[in-house]
Design a protein around this ligand. Structure first.
Ligand SMILES: [Zn+2]
Ligand SMILES: [Zn+2]
Length: 275
């Protein structure tokens, strides 16, 4: 499959303290596997330095931008884009606006990891909080309420890993469309794209984010698609992109999305047939 039309925009750097490899190494890997573009979207700084231990500090932000710039200069064979993965927090709009003005981004990614202060639901540290079906229902409800707000906010070019609360395999009973519908409607209103994040295949849930049913609903609604790896190491760039493309084609998508200076362009997905 020719991946030359695809971009991987969801990638990290060592500044977030849980990724390895410099942007230049990620860019070289992207060239090696034939991707058309690569973008960086490390975890954003928080207003308070002691917020948590898995993101760059505010004073490291200029270093982040220069490392991405260094990759752009060192690997001219591929377009290198600048993004940021921003945590959507309740009442966090002023900080999002400040972060959004700090660099000439190509795109911004919105994510929900926190459903309450100190409660980042994808952190294995808190696995003991997923105690039973009532708690799973509550966590999913709180998460999706914020996720729909994040989608509706219009701050972001695309939003990340929709059904992240399934990461450790926890899913509520019943039809999950009750969680998906408000998020899809919100993204439609704001014109925000949504990613297929291939890292889910490597988590306990063993399924891409989002579930196939969500993808079908997204395509029916006409929401633009992005394919992302969420790479935390150079070798993860573009991981499972062929599999994700086949799934996208199978759920009815015909295009993915590219971003430059916060303008989106639709590009045809590669055909599912191996070259
Ligand atoms: Zn991360
Ligand atoms: Zn990420």
């Amino acid at each position: 499959m020719d991946l030359g039309k695809l971009a991987d925009y969801h990638t990290h750097t060592p500044l977030c303290r849980h990724a390895e490899g410099e942007p230049v190494d990620y860019a070289r890997h992207a060239v090696k596997i034939g991707l058309g573009e690569i973008g960086f979207s490390d975890h954003c700084p928080a207003r308070e330095e002691e917020f948590d231990d898995w993101r760059m500090l505010l004073r490291e932000f200029p270093d982040y931008v220069s490392r991405v710039e260094a990759a752009r200069l060192a690997v001219p064979e591929i377009a290198v884009r600048l993004g940021l993965e921003i945590d959507y927090l309740e009442n966090g709009e002023p900080w999002i606006e400040q972060l959004s003005s700090m660099a000439p981004y190509d795109y911004l990614i919105g994510s929900v990891h926190y459903i309450a202060p100190g409660w980042d639901i994808d952190n294995p540290k808190w696995i003991g909080r997923w105690t039973g079906i009532a708690e799973i229902e509550d966590i999913w409800s709180a998460y999706w309420r914020l996720y729909a707000q994040c989608a509706r906010s219009g701050y972001f070019d695309f939003i990340a890993h929709p059904d992240l609360p399934k990461k450790f395999g926890h899913k509520p009973d019943g039809d999950l469309r009750r969680f998906y519908e408000p998020a899809i409607e919100a993204a439609l209103v704001s014109g925000t794209a949504i990613e297929i994040n291939t890292s889910g295949w490597h988590n306990d849930c063993a399924e891409q984010y989002p579930a196939r049913q969500f993808l079908e609903m997204m395509n029916d609604a006409g929401i633009p698609l992005v394919i992302s790896s969420d790479a935390h190491a150079p070798g993860d760039v573009g991981r499972d992109f062929e599999k994700a493309t086949c799934l996208a084609l199978d759920t009815g998508f015909t295009h993915s999305t590219r971003f430059e200076k916060r303008k989106k362009t639709l590009v045809a997905l590669p055909s599912g047939v191996s070259a």
